[in-house]
Ligand binder design. Structure first.
Ligand SMILES: [Zn+2]
Length: 295
């Protein structure tokens, strides 16, 4: 048996869904080939982690909320915040089949390298078109308090009076009109989490940021195993795991679900793959913050 053949059959072998003569050949190959044996162990370990990963159940109210929206005769006012758009009819129809599951699988078979295998499965449905977004010049600046905790400051700058609302977590921390420059100190981020910040302006424009409790100086390459997460949950996880702030401009399909497995992957590489599969554009703000824009 050749190594390529062995590797193609690893999943079936672990599942014990291959015929025993073939399984015997695989035992034999694994016994004599250290690199395939290592690969087999890596895949087993990932499967184990996948099995232990927390399962995310849809909220019980999901169905009734969808049905309410489907039968609602009149759409709500146009000045709705972008994250509320998720429950408006066109989104519901776009995902009514709710079968639009986007699976991203990125893993490194060899945990020592940063190799990525990536595949996307989409079962019907289509992404919703993003709301037109013009970027409000914003800047998230980290600073250390006297006690050594990291805090974030939001600096906004608008060339004309612009009505802005800033929500951090579930709490509105600032709302009003920005003309020229406004600075807001955001609430503290609990250790090991991210601060989820939404900045909405002029009714339909929005950006969202995930600001970690600590910024990693060295380049982290964490192991990530995520199942059935929304795009936004996925980005929040990445920001925390890598210790890097992430900003999303515009709107992504709230019902898309992402499966992600990776190990030994640098942040840039991770985001490049995600951006490609989720149709996001990556750029860097002048302070180095990574900005993803929904297209
Ligand atoms: Zn081999």
């Amino acid at each position: 048996m050749r190594c390529e053949q062995f590797r193609e059959l690893i999943s079936a072998y672990i599942e014990r869904s291959i015929a025993s003569p073939l399984a015997a050949k695989m035992d034999e190959h694994a016994a004599g080939c250290a690199s395939c044996r290592a690969e087999l162990e890596d895949v087993r370990r990932l499967w184990q982690m996948m099995a232990e990963a927390k399962r995310v159940e849809p909220p019980a109210s999901l169905h009734s909320r969808i049905m309410q929206e489907v039968y609602a005769s009149v759409p709500t006012t146009p000045a709705v915040r972008w994250w509320e758009l998720a429950w408006r009819p066109r989104f519901v129809f776009a995902a009514a089949a709710v079968l639009a599951v986007l699976a991203i699988v990125m893993w490194s078979h060899n945990m020592q390298t940063d190799a990525i295998a990536l595949s996307v499965v989409s079962d019907g449905g289509s992404p919703v078109s993003p709301v037109a977004t013009s970027t409000l010049p914003t800047r998230f600046e980290p600073f250390l308090t006297d006690s050594g905790d990291l805090r974030w400051m939001l600096k906004m700058h608008a060339s004309r009076p612009t009505s802005v609302e800033v929500v951090a977590g579930a709490q509105t921390v600032w709302s009003g009109s920005v003309a020229q420059q406004t600075t807001t100190v955001l609430p503290a981020v609990p250790q090991g989490t991210v601060l989820d910040v939404r900045v909405a302006w002029d009714g339909s424009n929005a950006l969202r940021a995930w600001l970690p409790a600590e910024i990693s100086q060295e380049q982290r390459k964490p192991v990530l195993v995520l199942k059935q997460r929304s795009i936004e949950e996925t980005l929040a996880h990445i920001a925390r795991a890598y210790g890097a702030p992430l900003v999303l401009v515009g709107e992504t399909d709230p019902l898309t679900r992402v499966n992600l497995e990776s190990s030994g992957v640098a942040l840039e590489q991770m985001l490049t793959k995600l951006a490609e599969k989720l149709n996001l554009q990556i750029s860097r703000a002048e302070d180095g913050t990574i900005v993803l824009t929904a297209r």
